[in-house]
Design a protein around this ligand. Structure first.
Ligand code: AMP
Ligand code: MG
Length: 428
């Protein structure tokens, strides 16, 4: 049974750590986020962002009646008797090119040579394609033979046929795709109101952590978390800002966090477990509101969530896979909410073919490779490195297979949901 969700700040001493299920922790955390206020954004930059207004077409698309083919603008009635053997001859009285006004008018038994996109001349009600004429070649005078009867409306695009004037072409809440960006241009928009990209500020903590490029002294490890987390944030459409590394001293942490004033979300890694130097929680308690939770998940149990300087802060464990998985489970929905996008993760089903142990009532995110099977769900095979610190195991995985907390041992043949890790445009 989950314990009641009492905020830490309401508990005497505030030091008690809570044990929460993933869903409960997520629900509590998400309450702190709302869609960001809309900003006017150039249309091309709005790709992937969520519209915050209904976009209407002020003018019809296409704006005027025009030809869908290269050919001859005619009166359909004049071509009624045309056959392949005996063409109908029409006098050519002009030419209509795209980009200009039509040259002349189509009267009885006349035609105007017309190009795709050119306005349909008055009097005409159809276009006969070049392929159904002799294209004027057989004529000594300015005439054309038509070999196929046209019906009114043939090869004619009406004004407003694509988009009628006044209609909503894209509604608020729409996540903009490539064709939408073109549609915005076609309704004469150069900028559009969208939810901005949240700024995710990322801080790594630890005396032992050094940046790539710096010499690695005894006892030190490279900072990978900042880069994994920033890359994930970017993949989801957020803007990532690196705050560097803070050593395990309260003043260092406080100083680095002061740089996060423009952030919509601060993400830290390390320093939230019960080690000697786990300062994130102490600093947060001093300067803001924070809850330290023990979440029933694997990898990644300790999680801090609160606010500092009025900014929401998500404190992730330091182990690289625990940090990444926790960020996927908790950080991504926060980013999605700020971008006014659905926070559910796309999932697929997969079958296991070897047992997976899951003692301890934690939701287990198993790093798996997927093997496609024709006509059936894929097979999920755990990758070799399942440790919370084995980043190559995560890099080698196609998906995170979710073994629920209540299953102590998953048996071959069982099916589970899995979260694909590849970008959506990658083939599996
Ligand atoms: P912590 O949660 O601070 O106790 O860290 C847990 C483990 O994660 C330790 O082995 C750390 O060295 C490692 N770790 C912490 N921060 C990072 C980082 N930024 N990049 C890679 N590993 C880290
Ligand atoms: Mg640490």
């Amino acid at each position: 049974m989950p314990e009641p969700a009492t905020p830490l700040s309401e508990r005497p001493g505030g030091a008690v750590e809570r044990m929460l299920g993933v869903d409960e922790a997520l629900a509590r955390m998400l309450g702190a986020f709302a869609p960001l206020p809309p900003v006017e954004t150039p249309i091309l930059d709005a790709l992937g962002m969520t519209l915050a207004e209904d976009v209407r077409a002020d003018e019809p698309i296409p704006p005027f009646r025009n030809s869908a083919m290269d050919g001859y603008a005619v009166r359909a009635i004049d071509t009624r008797d045309a056959t392949f053997a005996a063409g109908v001859r029409l006098r050519v009285v002009g030419m209509a090119a795209a980009g200009g006004a039509p040259g002349g008018r189509v009267n009885e038994r006349t035609a105007i040579r017309i190009m795709t996109g050119a306005p349909l001349p008055d009097g005409a009600d159809a276009v006969v394609r070049f392929e159904e004429t002799d294209d004027g070649r057989g004529a000594t005078d300015d005439a054309v033979s038509i070999f196929h009867p046209a019906a009114a409306g043939d090869n004619v695009r009406d004004a407003g046929e694509d988009v009628p004037a006044g209609s909503v072409v894209l509604a608020a809440g729409r996540r903009l795709r490539a064709a939408d960006i073109g549609l915005l241009a076609s309704v004469n928009r150069r900028a559009v109101r969208v939810r901005p990209r949240p700024i995710v500020a990322i801080l790594s903590t630890g005396n032992e952590v050094v940046e790539p490029g710096e010499p690695l002294r005894i006892g030190q490890i490279r900072n990978s978390n900042s880069y994994t987390l920033a890359a994930m944030a970017r993949e989801w459409g957020a803007a990532a800002r690196l705050l560097g590394i803070a050593v395990d001293r309260a003043d260092a942490l406080t100083e680095r966090l002061a740089d996060a004033s423009d952030a919509d979300l601060i993400v830290t890694s390390g320093g939230v477990s019960v080690g000697d130097f786990d300062l994130v929680k102490d600093v947060l308690r001093q300067h803001g509101e924070v809850g330290i939770w023990q979440v029933r998940m694997k990898p990644g149990k300790p999680l801090a969530f609160g606010a500092i300087g009025g900014k929401p802060l998500l404190g992730l464990p330091g182990n690289p896979v625990a940090a990444a998985v926790s960020f996927l489970i908790f950080g991504r929905p926060a980013v999605a909410r700020m971008m006014d996008q659905p926070n559910s993760l796309p999932c697929l089903m997969a079958t296991i073919v070897e047992p997976i142990d899951n003692r301890g009532m934690r939701r287990h995110y198993v790093r798996v490779r997927l093997e496609e099977r024709v006509g059936d769900v894929p097979i999920a095979r755990p990758v070799a490195g399942q440790g919370a610190g084995v980043l190559s195991g995560l890099a080698n995985a196609d998906a995170l297979l979710i073994v629920p907390e209540e299953i102590e041992r998953a048996e071959p043949g069982m099916r589970f949901a899995a979260i694909p890790l590849r970008a959506p445009w990658d083939a599996t």
